[in-house]
Design a binder for this molecule. Structure first.
Ligand code: FES
Length: 93
């Protein structure tokens, strides 16, 4: 086992893309597609190269109200409606 250094990104954004077949409890993956994720990564590369974006499974706040997003290192959870709101979070925190 070898410990790794802490990544140097100023902000690390985890986006829940978990997709349960039964959607019970509701899962975020049906509201945020892989195409949107790729668009977001491209936008981040162009506008915020110091930010990391990671798609993830359930973040423990399952809801039918939107997509769950975690900002690190602040440890802040948000529910967003769409791609544009993720961009707003990245820009304004
Ligand atoms: S499925 Fe997204 S937070 Fe649980």
């Amino acid at each position: 086992m070898k410990e790794l250094p802490v990544p140097t990104a100023s902000l690390h954004v985890f986006i829940c893309m978990n997709d349960r077949e039964e959607d019970n409890p509701p899962s975020c993956g049906r509201r945020f597609t892989l195409t949107q994720f790729k668009q977001l990564k491209q936008w981040v590369r162009e506008h915020h190269p110091d930010v990391r974006i990671t798609r993830t499974f359930c973040l423990g706040h399952c809801t039918d109200k939107g997509i769950v997003v975690l900002l690190q290192p602040m440890q802040k959870y948000f529910i967003v409606d769409n791609l544009e709101e993720v961009k707003t979070l990245i820009t304004h925190g």
